[in-house]
Design a protein around this ligand. Structure first.
Ligand SMILES: Nc1ncnc2c1ncn2[C@@H]1O[C@H](COP(=O)(O)OP(=O)(O)OP(=O)(O)O)[C@@H](O)[C@H]1O
Length: 247
């Protein structure tokens, strides 16, 4: 289990996350849903060890991993799909995905995974992971790399951004694959239809959790609140069902 306990993060005198508590159980799928600037990517960076929280602790099972860096967390099985993947000159898709041959992947598996992300092996394995790949193709390569790494926890920061209308089926295939290999999925999105594909959701607004629960229910709440931050309303009047659930 991956756990965020009372996470607060401040930068440049601004509180970006406040007392965030999240729990990601093994083999389950979660989404973190919220409008632009809500703090979703900041949560991803804190889970991955890109930034350290100002307050609060991060646990994997009983182990406190708050002080571990990105490499150490990657070794424990946490992977992050960056919203904007980097590009590298002189490295082919196949070299990139197999870590230059260091990752134990056979050709059939590589083919299968490239098929899942919509990049046929024959057309793409010798392409370079540089500016010659379109943004959408680069994103698909990055998704393939997460699948091949077989992480315990896959944090997917807006896997749908920059992709064309086939994205819904692509996300279905990716979630199916990760489920099959037992990976816990943490999917960051502002799209309801994508969030609904996961079992549980956290709705984050202005750096706080305003709702959590089964994805269908949280998404319905998000749709009602869409276009405005419901936080002030929620704090003033309580939830529509009268509960304080999720806060
Ligand atoms: N180092 C920083 N200094 C100041 N503000 C920051 C810093 N890092 C993040 N922020 C701000 O914190 C807020 C949350 O950012 P974050 O990228 O986590 O949002 P998000 O929910 O992922 O948004 P989006 O959906 O647009 O990607 C934003 O308003 C952002 O400008």
């Amino acid at each position: 289990m991956l756990l965020l306990r009372n996470i607060t993060y401040s930068a440049n005198g601004r509180k970006i996350l406040e007392k965030i508590n999240m729990r990601f159980k093994e083999g389950m799928s979660y989404s973190i849903l919220g409008p632009n600037g809500a703090g979703k990517s900041t949560i991803a960076y804190i889970l991955m060890g890109v930034i350290k929280p100002s307050e609060g602790r991060i646990f994997m099972g009983d182990k406190d991993i708050t002080e571990l860096n990105i490499t150490e967390r990657a070794r424990l099985g946490i992977s992050l799909l960056w919203q904007e993947p980097a590009r590298y000159d002189g490295i082919t898709v196949e070299e990139y995905l197999t870590l230059g041959g260091k990752l134990n992947v056979d050709k059939e598996e590589l083919k299968e995974v490239l098929e899942i992300v919509g990049l046929p092996y024959e057309l793409y394995h010798s392409r370079f992971v540089d500016k010659s790949l379109s943004g959408g193709e680069r994103k698909r390569v990055e998704l393939a790399s997460i699948l091949l790494l077989k992480p315990k926890y896959a944090i997917l920061d807006e896997p749908d951004s920059g992709l064309d209308i086939t994205v819904t089926e692509l996300i279905d295939r990716i979630l199916d694959y990760l489920k099959r290999i037992g990976t816990t999925i943490i999917l960051i999105t502002h799209h309801e239809d994508i969030a609904k594909k996961t079992e549980f959701s956290y709705f984050v607004c202005s750096g706080k959790i305003v709702r959590k629960g089964f994805s269908d229910e949280v998404v319905e709440y998000y749709k009602r609140a869409c276009g405005k931050c419901p936080l002030l309303e929620v704090m003033r009047y309580g939830h529509q069902d009268g509960s304080s659930k999720g806060i």
